[in-house]
Design a protein around this ligand. Structure first.
Ligand SMILES: *Cc1c(COP(=O)(O)O)cnc(C)c1O
Length: 394
């Protein structure tokens, strides 16, 4: 049977690997040689599980959405990652990585952030562990995302502006990499999605795989079976999706549905639909599908949702797309916003706009009445209220 997990060389099919500057090799190699050993230790697992339970609030509920199910004439369950501490799935990964950093004897954490969500999740676990935290953020993003900058500062992190290039996420990532090269001994770099050089995509996927691990026993309680007919998730870099799919990747009866941001339309020139528009290239240290010009310059992505506004996609998802194991949809800003509004009105849940993209699949695909469809509710909409207010003139 085909494998959709990472292989020993760090590849998912033809995607993945570690395309990094020579000077970063020792840092990444230390992590590669140790991450599986560390995370398999009983002491590590016990501490990780305890924090997920008592600090994050796991297990997150698997909620049967009755009114939504009636409307779409199929059985819809929502995996409530929005109820996690800090409001999204990102905390599952930052807790895992900070525990790995501790075991590696690191005392200083760095991270990059675009909209600030990963920065906040990283600052949170650094406060929890009493570790120094430096978050690199583009100067433009610092201006655009003031509330998250304030949160990071309140949590004790130092927010360092990236002043070069377009002064956004890409430049923040470059600054973080430069920092790591200069501080290889005491510093761990917490990457926020299922991207980056091997072993990051696999490590992040494993930490997020708690999502599908819980879905299995929760669905068994609800429906008497572990496997749904479909699992659905939105994809920025692909960490909530990787976690939602993980325990179903090799269950052929479970359909895998991935939802990208089409922005103003796939062919509008303002889009982030990487599986449709991307070509094989290298971004953030891995070979993957990437939106780029014919001469290989990365194209500026666009989405109304900051978390999906990314020109690449994690290597696992590039493989799911090209192998046909995953079914990919691109959802426009307008359709996502309507789906988010509908969830609020029909179920009393205001989702993050990233998540609204996943919900919009219900209008795109006709499911059978007996199908069980699980949608990962990756985050809550508090952070997006202003965007909803502007859009719907609330
Ligand atoms: C960051 C974020 C995403 C996108 O990131 P992935 O790594 O693709 O999961 C999706 N939803 C929410 C709520 C987010 O905060």
């Amino acid at each position: 049977m085909a494998s959709y997990n990472v292989d020993e060389r760090g590849y998912y099919g033809e995607f993945g690997g570690a395309y990094i500057p020579e000077m970063l090799y020792p840092n990444v190699e230390e992590l590669r040689q140790n991450y599986l050993k560390i995370t398999a230790e009983p002491g590590f697992k016990a501490e990780f599980d305890q924090l997920l339970k008592d600090y994050v609030g796991r297990p997150s509920p698997l909620y049967f959405a009755k009114r939504l199910s009636e409307k779409y004439n199929t059985k819809i369950y929502l995996k409530r990652e929005d109820l996690n501490h800090t409001g999204a799935h990102k905390i599952n990964n930052t807790i895992g990585q900070i525990l790995v950093a501790k075991k590696l004897g690191k005392s200083r954490i760095i991270a990059e952030t675009g909209a600030g969500q990963h920065g906040v999740a990283t600052a949170t676990v650094c406060a929890l562990m009493g570790m120094e935290c430096i978050v690199y953020m583009g100067e433009i993003d610092i201006k655009r995302q003031a509330p998250n900058v304030a949160r990071m500062k309140m949590l004790g992190a130092e927010v360092r502006p990236a002043l070069s290039g377009s002064r956004t996420l890409k430049d923040a990532t470059n600054e973080a990499i430069r920092d790591w090269i200069n501080n290889p001994v005491d510093t761990h770099y917490i990457i926020g999605s299922a991207i980056g050089p091997h072993p990051y995509p696999d490590m992040v996927t494993r930490f997020q795989s708690i999502i599908s691990e819980e879905i299995k026993w929760q669905l068994k309680e609800h429906e008497g079976r572990e496997n749904p007919d479909y699992v659905v998730a939105c994809i920025g870099g692909g960490s909530n999706a990787a976690g939602t799919y993980y325990h179903f990747l090799h269950e052929p009866e479970v359909g895998i549905i991935a939802v990208e941001a089409a922005g103003k339309g796939v062919n509008s020139g303002h889009s982030a639909a990487t599986s449709k528009l991307g070509k094989v290239g290298v971004i953030h240290g891995c070979k993957t599908l990437l939106m780029q010009s014919p001469d290989g310059q990365i194209t500026e992505p666009y989405s109304i949702s900051a978390g999906l506004d990314y020109p690449g996609v994690g290597p696992m998802h590039s493989h799911l797309a090209t192998s046909g194991r995953g079914e990919f949809y691109s959802i426009t800003d307008d359709d996502a916003m309507k789906a988010g509004y509908e969830l609020a009105q029909m179920e009393g849940i205001i989702p993050a706009i990233e998540t609204s993209h996943a919900l919009a699949v219900l209008k795109e695909k006709k499911f059978k009445p007996e199908d069980i469809v699980i949608i990962c509710l990756s985050g809550r909409g508090d952070k997006d209220l202003e965007t909803y207010i502007d859009y719907f003139k609330l």
